[in-house]
Design a protein around this ligand. Structure first.
Ligand SMILES: [Zn+2]
Length: 140
């Protein structure tokens, strides 16, 4: 099974994640713009069980997302880098910020969400599926 490792900028938090992501893509919601420094946030979605924090621990910040769900954002208490997020609607999934992988080069985006919140200067790939808000993943 594929195992990928990653961590925050200062190295206080390290993790490994097993298997392939269930989905990956970019989120243009306003909250992600804060976290990503202005750009969209790119993430890979896994079952929460696939992730193991191997060093340190994250701090967590909970905010009500535009969808109405409680979004829990996990970040390094020392350097502040955001590593993971999950929301209360789908607690069995979590999203890993691609930039925190030791090797982010294998990322392939499958689509863009919350494009209705994108800024005029964001470059949204017209060849990928896009959702103005959140896609309906049904009961999954
Ligand atoms: Zn750190």
């Amino acid at each position: 099974m594929t195992v990928r490792e990653g961590g925050c900028l200062c190295g206080a938090v390290r993790y490994k994640v097993e298997g392939e992501p269930l989905m990956s893509g970019a989120c243009y919601c306003r909250d992600c713009q804060y976290v990503a420094g202005g750009a969209e946030a790119v993430g890979a979605g896994y079952l929460a069980d696939a992730l193991t924090v191997t060093k340190g621990e994250t701090r967590q910040f909970v905010i009500k997302g535009e969808s109405g769900a409680d979004v829990t954002r996990h970040f390094c208490p020392d350097c502040g880098v955001h590593l993971f997020a999950h929301n209360s609607t789908h607690p069995q999934f979590l999203s890993i910020k691609i930039g925190t992988l030791d090797d982010p080069s294998g990322f392939t985006s499958q689509g863009n969400i919350w494009t209705s919140s994108a800024q005029p200067w964001h470059h949204i790939d017209p060849n990928l599926p896009a959702w103005e808000k959140e896609p309906d993943f049904g009961a999954a």
